[in-house]
Design a protein around this ligand. Structure first.
Ligand SMILES: [Zn+2]
Length: 436
């Protein structure tokens, strides 16, 4: 029997706003002293009132627009109720039935369309740290992350293999970086991935009766491995007549596969209800249009411009478009007509300049010019210059033949002046050959 993978994603992105989602505490929590960036609001103390961060709302909607979403003109926050120690209020302020964005899509390079269910804004939770204090195992809570603006992007289960999801997830990171709303660093947790995976007989139209969630994977490479691992695990179970268990799994780097974390037999009931402390929001068409106009060039657009304007290969265009610094250097450097866009792209992509990118396009041009100057080691070009020098300097030749070394260096100097930076030992060799 042949099998078909059903794969969807939830992507969380922490927004790089100055302050948190509902209070004035700094949002940049990475590496800070635990619980040093908290207040009654993000600690969930009774009576504290949340005030939405307008910038975070704008950024979430812009991300929705960049992902071709419909933007709700009426939107609101809701309380998602559940208990966990890292959630001090006992509920998370999120969005339920009126997310900022819905019904979007992205196209993969193959032309396949990935539908985006929704893009909504919520608050991040605190962070649990498991440690041993005075010989006892304890769980410590750091609330610096509590209340940091968090965008959640949910896709439809449109992926059929891990290379499709790999391209999509990297594109999400590219878009977020192009919008400059987050660094979306996986290793710092500012971009987090959750895969929903199941497998069914090829051609079946109903979704499978189970799904496995893979959570807390912190690299593109690992999520790809985790998805591949899960697909073959499910197929093995299905082929032996079993149905994979509905559960949450994590990726273990040392095992190179996923491990069960908890089974999830019943669906959660979060008892969502409208957040009573934050009034609903309405957006006008002109407001949404203004934000749409403000979107920077997106990676897809940059790639096609690089291909059509500079005839770069699609692979090279993708590399340059995915790195803002590289893109800036490239566009500065191509304004100098002396070097072809292909040559400039080649130096940047293959790191010929060195492990660190040049600071500006100008630095790159200077480097390319110096390369040109030192690159003459072509013996036919040198031979031609040597012959010219020999016929124009009969006295020096006579001096050399009579053993005067000085005259040899004089001629080498003349050739160097003629050719620019040149391989001196090769010049000397050819010069002696031609004279004797
Ligand atoms: Zn706070």
């Amino acid at each position: 029997m042949s099998w078909q993978t059903v794969l969807g994603f939830e992507v969380h992105i922490e927004l790089a706003t100055r302050s948190k989602m509902f209070c004035g505490c700094p949002a940049d929590h990475f590496g800070k002293t635990p619980n040093s960036q908290t207040c009654p609001v993000c600690l969930g103390l009774p009576g504290a009132l949340p005030v939405p961060n307008v910038r975070a709302v704008e950024w979430c909607i812009k991300l929705g627009l960049a992902l071709n979403c419909q933007i709700n003109r009426f939107s609101k926050f809701d309380r998602k109720n559940y208990f966990y120690p890292d959630l001090p209020k006992g509920y998370q302020i999120s969005q339920y039935d009126q997310p900022f964005g819905h019904s979007g899509h992205l196209f993969l390079s193959s032309g396949k369309k990935i539908r985006i269910t929704r893009v909504h804004l919520e608050e991040d939770t605190g962070k649990l740290q498991h440690a041993v204090v005075e010989g006892k195992k304890v769980s410590l809570i750091d609330f610096n992350r509590s209340g940091v603006p968090l965008v959640e992007i949910v896709t439809e289960p449109d992926f059929t293999d891990s290379s499709q999801s790999d391209e999509f997830l990297k594109e999400i990171q590219n878009i977020v970086r192009a919008l400059d709303i987050s660094r979306a660093d996986m290793e710092k947790g500012s971009m987090r991935l959750e895969a929903n995976i199941s497998v069914m007989p090829a051609g079946q139209t109903n979704l499978p009766p189970y799904k496995v969630e893979v959570k807390n994977v912190n690299s593109f490479r690992f999520i790809k491995k985790a998805v591949d691992f899960e697909i073959s695990r499910h197929i093995k179970l299905l082929e032996s007549g079993k149905t994979p268990k509905q559960e949450t799994r994590g990726y273990s780097e040392s095992l190179g596969g996923t491990v069960s974390q908890r089974s999830k037999e019943e669906a959660h009931d979060y008892r969502y209800f409208p957040e009573p402390d934050i009034p609903p929001m309405t957006f006008t068409n002109s407001q949404i249009n203004k934000w749409l106009q403000e979107l920077p060039p997106l990676p897809e657009q940059i790639r096609s411009e690089l291909i059509s304007n500079f005839t770069l290969s699609s692979a090279n265009a993708a590399i340059i478009a995915s790195n803002q610094q590289m893109y800036n250097i490239f566009t500065q450097a191509v304004s100098d007509p002396e070097f072809s866009p292909k040559a400039i792209a080649d130096v940047l992509i293959n790191k010929r300049y060195g492990p660190v990118l040049p600071k500006t396009g100008n630095d790159l041009i200077k480097y390319l010019k110096s390369l040109n100057q030192t690159s003459i080691s072509d013996s036919s070009q040198i031979t031609e210059a040597v012959k010219k020098i020999i016929s124009a300097n009969p006295r020096a030749i006579a001096d050399i033949k009579s053993g005067k070394q000085q005259a040899l260096f004089y001629l080498i100097g003349l050739i160097k002046r003629d050719l620019g930076n040149v391989d001196i030992s090769l010049v000397k060799k050819i010069l002696i050959e031609q004279i004797l």
